[in-house]
Design a protein around this ligand. Structure first.
Ligand code: AMP
Length: 391
């Protein structure tokens, strides 16, 4: 994989796949993190006189043409404000008008195309669509780590049609995440949470090969606890994964990894900001209630394990942190990771990143991945189509 700064881009039209899949509310970008994450590549290209054509997906449109709520037009306005330069916006992704806009770019100029997923051919990795996109440029750059686990036309097929390079963000994501699996400073503590074991089984399996300690919280801990014979009441559970959970517990023993599960739980009868809660140890859970957060003793246990770490990887909240009564475990873990000094800390995508932002700790985290699914897949050891295509 070659990074874009290996080539002379002056006067070249460079088609850059970015991940501008940002949250929007009534046409306003509510979090510009993903736009800012692409700046190193965009600034490099501008400073070196490239003509920049940016393309991205946004949300899940039907793939039958324009849909206002998924338009990238608001993103063009935000990018223009950040760059302090006009950003031209193309009403589509291919065709004569877009080709004309691309051809009229000046050195250092920036054009953003409309949502790639308005065309159903994008997700089908369609060669013709890729060829129409390729017509717009001389060079292709992939800087969309968040989309690297998808074999889509703007990520995969296009690399067969143009000289293709990695952008700075894609390169940094891969280097940082791969380093976790290669030579992590020890102790290496991984923290996994979130709702489903089935989503995380492969990554737990892979991390057990690397880590010294694995902390498991969130809804997925209940499949482990049930498999160990505990009453879990109405808590989330994937019964078909109980055996898999037991195998992972055995693998941890075999490899000498300390795998910690909750020792106490915050329970409630229903989801809600006003739900009365009950804290109990794991052997006295109420069969009529749900476990919605790790308890205070577990939070303390996990925080202590994190405090001695030299490398931390965190993915997934410890409880339903979106609601006050069940946020404590996630908040404690977030703070424990953020207060570490002299340690490599990596938070991998999705809800754990959202939690870090809610508690305003983003500046105290070493690296926050922009790709939830892609970071999981990379750490699981499953090849990423977007990365393989560049190799
Ligand atoms: P995931 O997308 O798998 O990372 O899961 C994130 C979601 O898991 C968040 O929306 C949390 O509210 C939810 N979650 C975390 N802990 C629990 C729990 N104990 N019961 C139900 N949902 C949970």
């Amino acid at each position: 994989m070659q990074r874009i700064d290996r080539v002379d881009v002056k006067g070249k039209r460079v088609l850059v796949r970015v991940d501008f899949n940002v949250p929007l509310a009534e046409g306003t970008v509510t979090d510009d993190t993903r736009i800012r994450a692409a700046l190193p590549t965009i600034e490099f290209l501008r400073n070196n006189g490239a003509r920049i054509i940016l393309m991205s997906h946004l949300g899940r449109p039907k793939g039958e043409g324009f849909e206002e709520e998924y338009s990238l037009a608001p993103v063009a306005r935000v990018l223009s404000r950040i760059l302090g330069e006009p950003v031209a916006f193309a009403p589509g992704t291919t065709g004569a008008e877009v080709e004309q806009l691309s051809a009229s770019l000046e050195d250092g100029g920036v054009l953003l195309l409309e949502n790639l997923r308005f065309d159903a051919r994008e997700k089908k990795n369609n060669e013709e669509f890729a060829a129409e996109l390729a017509k717009l440029a001389d060079i292709y750059v992939d800087d969309a780590f968040g989309a690297a686990h998808r074999a889509h036309a703007s990520v995969e097929a296009i690399t067969r049609l143009l000289p293709s390079y990695a952008g700075f963000l894609l390169d940094l994501e891969i280097t940082t995440l791969s380093a976790l699996l290669e030579a992590p400073k020890r102790p290496f503590v991984a923290i996994l949470g979130g709702s489903k074991v089935s989503d995380k089984i492969k990554i737990i399996d892979a991390l057990l090969e690397q880590v010294d300690t694995l902390l498991v919280g969130g809804g997925m801990c209940f499949t482990f606890l049930k498999a160990q014979g505990y009453e879990i009441g109405k808590s989330l559970c994937e019964d078909e994964w109980q055996e898999g959970a037991l195998e992972l517990l055995q693998k941890a023993v075999d490899r000498g990894v300390q795998l910690l599960l909750p020792i106490d739980i915050v329970q409630a009868a229903y989801f809600g900001e006003d739900a009365p809660t009950k804290i109990c140890t794991i052997d006295e859970m109420d069969s009529a209630m749900m476990g919605l957060d790790i308890g205070p003793a577990t939070s303390e246990l996990f925080a202590r394990a994190i405090s001695s770490a030299k490398t931390v990887f965190w993915n997934g909240p410890m409880g339903v942190f979106e609601m006050k009564p069940f946020e404590s475990g996630t908040k404690t873990v977030a703070k424990a990771v953020a207060t570490l000094q002299d340690a490599t800390t990596v938070v991998g995508g999705g809800d754990s990143v959202a939690a870090i932002k809610v508690y305003n700790l983003q500046d105290q985290i070493g690296f926050i991945s922009t790709g939830g699914g892609a970071s999981m897949q990379l750490l699981e050891g499953t090849p990423l189509p977007g990365v393989e295509a560049l190799r």
